[in-house]
Design a protein around this ligand. Sequence first.
Ligand SMILES: Cc1ncc(COP(=O)(O)O)c(C=O)c1O
Ligand SMILES: N[C@@H](CCOP(=O)(O)O)C(=O)O
Length: 462
Amino acid sequence: MRYISTRGQAPALDFERAMMTGLASDGGLYVPEVVPVMAPAEIAALAGLPFEEAAFRVMRPFVGDSFAPEEFRRLIGAAYAGFGHAARVPLVQLGPNHFLLELFHGPTLAFKDVAMQLIGQLFQASLARSGGRITIVGATSGDTGSAAIEAFRGLKGVDVFILYPHGRVSEVQRRQMTTPSEANVHALAMDGDFDDCQAALKAMFADRGFAEGVALAGVNSINWARVLAQVVYYFTAAVSLGAPHRAVSFTVPTGNFGDIYAGLIARRMGLPIDRLVIATNRNDILHRTLLTGEHRKEGVTPSISPSMDIQVSSNFERALFDAYGRDAHAVTQDMASLRAEGGFTVGQGAIEQLREWFASGRASEEETAAAIARTLATTGELVCPHTAVGIHVAEPHLGEVPMVTLATAHPAKFPDAVEAATGIRPPLPPRMADLYDRPERVTRVPNDLDALQTLIRERIRP
Ligand SMILES: Cc1ncc(COP(=O)(O)O)c(C=O)c1O
Ligand SMILES: N[C@@H](CCOP(=O)(O)O)C(=O)O
């Protein structure tokens, strides 16, 4: 299995090298040259399997020779052993044909753990083979950072630097990133918003001297392995609702577009997904793009679903590449316009294709809060604000086909928003009960590439 860049200039790589490389050297994102298809019988055979075995079967064709089957099985087992639910990603019924897919039973209480725990295992296995060391730099609006720190804290041969927008993550998210005491963890509170953090990260990859000098690695969803691990739960959820004999729809709270792109891959692999609905908060560039065909960023506006306060959605590039019929030149031009002019018009054929693949909607702040309150009143479920965005957007699509809304974080990560909407302050799980007592360790950093690179060079350990 080979991976190619959406910009067409970087060398094609195998799974392991694409994973360890992160962003392609031409600035593009790696995608599989060919998406493997699962036959209906293979999909049906996933029913009733433990999550780990289903994960192995869904991901295995993408991995090629990078990991031997038994090693890959063992790494998957280790990744999910610490999840707090036997099903790993359980489905909960909200209404007659509406289900929540709870993706927050991992160690840091957000869906990012599902992929990050696996990536941690895969990176360790790869580094043990090569004997190398790496510098992970991640950009986060709150959840990727804590998941990455949890997956890589204390590991030999790895330093992990996390850039988060100062003052724009929840207190729980911040403390999850600033309280780990391991010397290889570096929480950096940057002036700016998430888009600035992600732009700084991409600029570090573009500076090949820096990237090679520090052995830069990325664990955001720019990394194909992140997307791949997220494909799995579309299969497990759909199969438990009757796929492949019956189609299932999904609504996905969306920011950086990694999670919903994983859904597109699942559909392309043969999973009968009817609607794939993008749910955005007030930072609604993706919804506007589908409505108007204009992909134009406005400033990021803080919201009560802060992890989705994103206007430059990295993985949209992967969807565009596919929508343009894999025309790397068209993607490269659009990305240049996004950088230079703040936006571009999606080509006519491509926008029609995207509208065929995705539906979309947005939730205002009031609608998000109302969805939290309404869900509690009608179902007894307390949901996080990101999940509430999904529920609000999913509701008009409810009908004959079962709808699965992705519950992307635990409500206790966002206690202020949940309490404001319901009067209930969700408690942290007992293992995190002392989070507010642990000392914090964080460095304030400017939005300045040179300063960031200097700090990283000085901090990395041999
Ligand atoms: C809790 C939560 N929900 C939804 C999202 C959106 O996911 P994605 O970036 O894959 O679109 C994120 C992060 O972006 C998140 O942390
Ligand atoms: N919401 C994310 C933003 C980064 O997303 P990623 O999937 O590209 O890592 C976060 O919580 O950091």
